[in-house]
Design a protein around this ligand. Structure first.
Ligand code: ATP
Ligand code: MG
Length: 316
């Protein structure tokens, strides 16, 4: 056998390793001791509400912001020591697009590719390829400031993918996009996945997380509350089926509370909606209580978040 242990080692090594990561802004613990790993070729999500620490984590990982403590490795490189080299293998889409003003869409992309080491010819070819994919080919002569918000977002993603980087970091890639553009981004992510690209993305759209991510972390207040494959998280924390309950009186509600108190089912009341989740995979039993009506639906990542925090993810 002509085995090469070094190569095998690097094939098995996670592409991203985050260990005991902290970031403080004054009194704020924006990232409060998180650890996770992303394997090569995996799409990994950070799902959490506003202020959870997603952007702060991704900025540290992209060597755009120093770590307070802990460590991050991308490939075999420590981000704190080799930030420049890390940035060379990353395609990064930041939450707020920063485009060079005064350039056309095509010039913007071509210049970016050229600065990243592509020949002028190759850079232009790739620019037209990605613009076509994202439906921006007929805006290639527009000035960047003339684009709509959604088009700017698509341009930012086109730019990150231009040089076909092995690791892509996408901070809320589809926020503000219309459904058609969102689908294009999802499609492009699927193409990248088939090509073996490692993706770290953040989102607060649970549907996006469930569709795209092989595994994800649910983040809140700088911490990871749960980690796993979307289906496993739902199964473990919410159940395949949850009951959405309406009660006709306070006494019916308190009877329901009493009934569930002795079981592994949980009653979670958020605003006017009461949801019954299970942690053992069984369908919640809320039958036989006068004034209680239940409809059943499949559990989802929003239920997981509610079950872990008692709050909504606000998946608008
Ligand atoms: N430069 C900064 N200076 C001070 N505080 C900051 C800074 N950047 C982020 N924070 C704080 O860190 C916390 C985490 O913010 P972060 O932007 O990482 O959240 P997020 O999960 O990306 O939220 P969103 O979904 O709104 O984008 C917040 O409390 C935020 O106010
Ligand atoms: Mg953010």
């Amino acid at each position: 056998m002509n085995s090469k242990p070094d190569n095998n080692d690097s094939a098995d090594r996670p592409m991203i390793r985050v260990q005991n990561l902290y970031k403080q802004f004054g009194e704020i613990n924006a990232v409060n001791g998180i650890s996770f790993q992303v394997n090569k070729g995996e799409t990994y999500g950070l799902l959490g509400p506003n202020g959870a620490g997603k952007t702060t984590t991704m900025r540290m990982l992209s060597a755009l912001s120093p770590l307070t403590s802990g460590s991050i490795e991308v490939g075999d490189m420590n981000v704190s020591e080799r930030g420049r080299e890390v940035r060379e293998i990353l395609g990064v889409v930041t939450q707020h697009d920063g485009h060079d003003s005064g350039l056309t869409v095509l010039q913007n992309l071509t210049l970016h590719g050229y600065l990243e080491g592509l020949s002028r010819k190759k850079s232009k070819e790739r620019a037209i390829e990605v613009l076509t994919f994202f439906g921006l080919e007929d805006r290639q002569s527009s000035n960047v400031y003339e684009l709509s918000g959604g088009m700017k977002r698509r341009l930012a993603i086109s730019r990150a993918l231009l040089t076909q980087p092995p690791v892509v970091v996408l901070d809320e890639p589809t926020t503000g996009l219309d459904p058609q553009s969102r689908n294009r981004v999802w499609e492009q992510l699927a193409v990248m996945k088939r090509a073996g690209v490692t993706v770290l993305m953040s989102t607060h759209y649970m549907e996006e997380a469930a569709t795209l991510c092989d595994r994800l972390s649910i983040m809140d207040h700088g911490k990871i509350l749960a980690e796993g494959a979307p289906d496993d998280l739902v199964e473990e924390h919410a159940g395949q089926e949850v009951a959405q309950v309406r009660t006709s009186s306070d006494s019916a509600l308190s009877e329901l509370r009493d009934r569930l108190a002795e079981t592994s089912f949980r009653l979670i009341e958020v605003g006017a909606i009461a949801t019954v989740t299970s942690q053992n995979g069984k369908r919640p039993d809320v039958s036989g209580i006068a004034g209680v009506r239940a409809t059943f639906r499949p559990g989802n990542l929003e239920d997981v978040f509610i079950s872990l925090t008692g709050r909504e993810l606000r998946d608008e």
